[in-house]
Design a protein around this ligand. Structure first.
Ligand SMILES: [Zn+2]
Length: 154
């Protein structure tokens, strides 16, 4: 609302919900277009280590067999097993499919004779969740036309 009142955005869609001030009523904006691109300051971003963020970093791809999977078919693998002192940190976790995680078990990739597709890194940023919206995700219907080209989730 503030960006809109400051003329920094164009409102492309509105929610049906209204907000009221003492003298006026506004429909809440639903889709905005920035008039000037604002470069995000990634240097101040700390990406939280969560299952969802890990799978986004690894592009929903098992880091052992290289196949893509939906979120529910992926597991979090500790490259250096926790039972052997491995830590739950970005540089020690990768997305793995169930069969690869079972095969690796409680071993390091070397012991299991498996190779990582990529060395795990601490991400500086992640694509927003919109990039992985699936058909059955719950986004407002008036966002659909703007997200259609972003649908990439398996
Ligand atoms: Zn796999």
């Amino acid at each position: 609302m503030i960006l809109w009142l400051q003329n920094k955005v164009d409102v492309l869609e509105f929610h049906s919900v209204q907000v009221r001030s003492a003298s006026a009523a506004f429909h809440l904006p639903s889709v905005l277009r920035l008039r000037k691109y604002i470069r995000p300051n990634f240097s101040s971003v700390v990406v939280k280590l969560s299952r969802q963020n890990l799978f986004l970093r690894d592009n929903h791809t098992c880091q052992y067999c290289g196949d893509r999977f939906p979120e529910k078919a992926l597991t979090v693998d500790h490259v250096h097993p926790v039972s052997k002192g491995g830590q739950h940190i970005w540089t020690n976790v990768v997305a793995a499919c169930g069969p690869c995680n079972n095969k690796k078990g409680d071993m390091t990739p070397e012991q299991a004779g498996m190779r990582l597709k990529k060395r795990p890194v601490q991400p500086k940023w992640l694509p927003s969740k919109e990039f992985s919206y699936s058909r059955n995700s719950h986004c407002p219907s008036d966002w659909e036309p703007y997200l259609a080209h972003l649908r990439k989730a398996p």
